[in-house]
Design a binder for this molecule. Structure first.
Ligand SMILES: NC(=O)c1ccc[n+]([C@@H]2O[C@H](COP(=O)([O-])OP(=O)(O)OC[C@H]3O[C@@H](n4cnc5c(N)ncnc54)[C@H](OP(=O)(O)O)[C@@H]3O)[C@@H](O)[C@H]2O)c1
Length: 252
């Protein structure tokens, strides 16, 4: 496996929940961390302080990825922070139910902007730098790794969340296309989580109903995604894969 030790890693949406867990796991493997956040500045700063306390390195970049130009600015700032990026994790996304008769065009645009356009721009800005750097150095085997956090809904659309599902289907396509384009220097994979961390306002009844649909009859945990992420970021012969971490729900 490729060692993550000393790699420079950018994680978007690193201030809370899944993004924070992935960023903390990379830091614990001695990555130098670039923590992106939007409204969760306090969470990102706390994680940065924790990393510093343990002797690691971390910087925080705050940006609203729904805004024009923001993803490009994040890519540039990230590449300046420690002089390049070796690992990119596109985790930030918006998620809410969208009845057909209750969605403004502005909201529809936001799903596209945050969940798909921003990952596309980050992948393209950072991925081509990774590839060019590896071509120059002749270091083809480990030029960099990109991990997109997609969703089961991107593989099997949820009728209650169609704009979100479309955006995540786009992330699946982005991952597979880029895996071909950026090879052999850069590996690009995705995780498609099922329910691993229900929304904080989800009722216990709705969570139980979801669990009923899962062959393994349990909800996942952030650790399930973290372990899958660490595997995909360090697996030298794996690219273009969409790993469902969903207790088998994709089979239903
Ligand atoms: N939780 C699950 O069970 C589950 C299941 C399937 C897929 N996923 C996917 O896993 C990823 C993380 O899920 P989660 O549940 O941890 O997400 P979450 O709690 O909804 O948090 C969303 C993250 O995205 C960031 N974000 C949202 N809007 C943004 C914007 N306009 N600009 C920049 N950043 C923005 C947030 O940053 P701030 O808080 O700093 O604003 C936050 O870090 C997402 O891609 C999600 O689709 C999660």
């Amino acid at each position: 496996m490729i060692s993550l030790n000393g790699k420079i890693a950018l994680v978007t949406g690193a201030g809370i929940r899944l993004g924070r867990a992935i960023a903390a796991a990379l830091a614990s493997r001695d990555c130098r961390m670039i923590l992106h956040c939007n409204s969760s500045r306090r969470g990102a700063d706390e994680l940065a302080r924790d990393i510093h306390r343990k002797g690691g390195e971390a910087v925080v970049i705050q940006a609203d990825l729904s805004q024009k130009g923001a993803a490009k600015n994040v890519a540039r700032a990230a590449q300046k922070a420690f002089g390049g990026v070796d690992i990119l994790v596109n985790n930030a996304a918006i998620f809410w139910p969208t009845p057909l008769d209750d969605l403004s065009e502005k909201q529809l645009d936001a799903f596209y902007a945050v969940n798909l356009k921003a990952p596309y721009i980050l992948c393209s800005e950072i991925g081509r730098h990774m590839k060019r750097r590896a071509e120059k150095s002749g270091h083809l085997a480990d030029g960099g790794a990109i991990l997109n956090i997609a969703c089961l809904a991107g593989l099997r659309p949820w009728k209650t969340h169609i704009p979100y599902s479309i955006s995540k289907a786009g992330v699946v396509s982005l991952t597979q296309g880029l895996a071909k384009l950026l090879a052999p220097e850069v590996r690009v994979n995705a995780i498609a989580p099922g329910t691993v961390l229900p929304p904080e306002d989800a009722s216990p009844e709705s969570v139980s109903a979801l669990i009923e649909k899962i062959p393994l009859k349990k909800s996942g945990s952030p650790d399930d995604v973290v372990e899958a992420a660490m595997y995909l970021l360090s697996a030298p012969f794996v690219t273009g894969q969409i790993l469902a971490v969903d207790g088998g729900r994709i089979l239903q």
